[in-house]
Design a binder for this molecule. Structure first.
Ligand code: AMP
Ligand code: ZN
Length: 493
């Protein structure tokens, strides 16, 4: 028996606007696709928040015993500066500005992305495909869409015919937009486009002579439109219909709307059963965004090397902060919020670290099974991590009370408590137990500082035998004292 059999999940489906009972297409298996980064710059913490929310979803589904195929792509071509299919390719532009190869740009920022995710204890996805690795699949899709009458070629570029599609299908059903309203609100880009209608979007763009990233196709030497890669890669690895598709809220329109249209136009099927959208991370009350420059990078928060926050925060504190709000809520990144999360994280971990020393009794004064089910219920309810954390704090309180002797726990319940805490704290939330190390390091610094002061006093009193003894004995246990003009410091070997 797998845990998922006794833990039915509800997922808020952006397509229907309702929380729905989740039923995978194949029992026990889940296909999940999440739009990955466009690797033309370092990821900021906003990008990371979305990926972190889906990392938690992936972790929980795996914890329940599902076999999850998690596909998260790398956009390494086709993402233009402007959603209206004009402007330069973001990667090509960066390559031009830095006078390096586009693939050097891609390599640099893909490595950065992986390093950051690794530092923040992400699980790697099952497959991480790239747009440039799937040009053939994208060309095949375009041919199919043209064949089915939903796209047209003009001057070597191919556009999706939104108006034609909308005659028989519903364009805008995910983002709840009507084509008539879009017609009203779209700016016409005079002379900048060959499109029949401004609402149409590019499936293939003919490359200008100076455009380096180009591939041969039946229509021209060019490159695929951005929305197409996700349709090609998600269905290639997960099937024409799959369970979950995720991304940030800002991708709902036009990106995800176009993904649905492309799939329906090519294969006659709506590709995704549950659309999940993570809400935005804000900084200074405004959405974190590369375009406006209102960003902070993970490195800057982890090192404390920035002018916005009072100190550095650890990877687990950043994860804990993120999990303390629902993935569907806007989250404001503030010093007060991070400080409160840091305090909470250490309070929880201090209790977790007491687990090994708890005394067992013959009976429990606490209903551990009921508490455990509340943790599962929280996550089963659309991955409600803030409620889960509230239950973990409840457990932290119990642990402290057991330690003080005002509550009791049986050996069987203690085992269950440990198992459940380990599962949620480490496997699901992806936290690391740094509390022991951190507080250990603090205490060590405190103790060495006392010895440094005593040595200082001994020197003032000309008791060099004692001052040397302190220095040598510390060295013998691997602590080196170093005298400098600003005083004495130490290092641990
Ligand atoms: P991009 O590299 O621009 O394609 O974005 C990668 C992912 O980051 C997408 O899923 C976006 O929705 C997401 N994203 C961008 N800005 C934010 C933000 N401020 N908060 C949360 N997610 C974001
Ligand atoms: Zn995508």
């Amino acid at each position: 028996m797998q845990l998922y059999q006794s833990n039915p999940i509800k997922i808020y489906n952006s397509l229907t606007g309702k929380k729905e009972a989740f039923k995978p297409i194949n029992e026990g298996y889940i296909g999940m696709y999440v739009c990955g980064p466009t690797v033309y710059s370092n990821v900021h913490l906003g990008n990371v928040r979305t990926f972190m929310s889906f990392d938690m979803v992936f972790r929980y589904l795996k914890h329940l015993g599902y076999k999850v195929r998690y596909v998260r792509n790398i956009t390494d071509a086709g993402h233009l500066e402007n959603d209206a299919d004009v402007g330069e390719d973001k990667i090509t532009k960066k390559a031009r500005l830095e006078q390096i190869e586009p693939m050097e740009v891609v390599q640099r920022y893909t490595v950065d992305f992986h390093n950051i995710l690794n530092t923040l204890n992400f699980l790697p996805p099952s497959i991480e495909p790239t747009a440039t690795g799937h040009i053939i699949e994208q060309i095949e899709l375009i041919s199919k869409i043209i064949e089915n009458g939903f796209a047209y070629e003009i001057n070597g570029s191919v556009y999706f015919d939104v108006h034609k599609f909308n005659e028989t299908h519903e364009y805008g059903k995910l983002s709840k937009r009507k084509l008539e309203d879009l017609i009203h609100n779209t700016r016409t880009l005079d002379g900048q486009s060959d499109k029949k209608n401004p609402q149409d979007f590019a499936l293939w763009k003919k490359a200008e002579p100076q455009h380096i990233m180009r591939w041969p196709s039946p229509w021209s030497d060019g490159f695929p439109g951005w929305h197409l890669e996700c349709t090609a890669m998600s269905t290639k690895y997960l099937g024409e219909q799959f369970d979950i598709h995720g991304g940030g809220m800002d991708l709902k329109f036009p990106h995800h709307e176009c993904e649905i249209a492309q799939n329906e136009a090519a294969k006659g099927k709506s590709p995704v059963n549950y659309w999940m959208h993570a809400n935005m991370l804000e900084l200074n009350g405004k959405r974190m965004s590369k375009t406006t420059g209102n960003t902070i990078n993970p490195d800057e928060l982890l090192s404390g090397n920035n002018t916005i926050f009072s100190k550095a925060y650890s990877p687990s504190v950043i994860r804990f902060f993120n999990a303390q709000s629902s993935y569907r809520s806007i989250l404001d990144l503030t010093d007060d919020g991070l400080l409160a999360s840091e305090k909470g994280f250490y309070r929880l971990m201090d209790a977790v670290n007491l687990l090994e020393d708890l005394k067992e009794s013959t009976i429990s004064s606490i209903d551990v099974s009921a508490w455990r089910q509340k943790c599962y219920d929280a996550m089963n309810d659309d991955f409600n991590s803030p409620i889960l954390i509230a239950h973990l704090f409840e457990a932290a309180k119990y642990i402290n009370q057991i330690k003080e002797g005002s509550e009791t726990i049986s050996s069987e319940d203690l085992k269950l408590l440990k198992e459940t805490i380990n599962a949620f704290v480490y496997d699901v939330l992806g936290l690391k137990n740094t509390a022991k190390i951190d507080s250990g390091t603090d205490k060590l610094s405190g103790a060495v500082d006392v010895l440094i002061k005593l040595r200082q006093e001994a020197r003032i009193n000309k008791n060099f035998a004692l001052s040397d003894k302190i220095r040598d004995e510390l060295a013998a246990v691997g602590i080196q004292l170093k005298d400098g003009k600003d005083g004495t410091t130490f290092s641990v070997n």
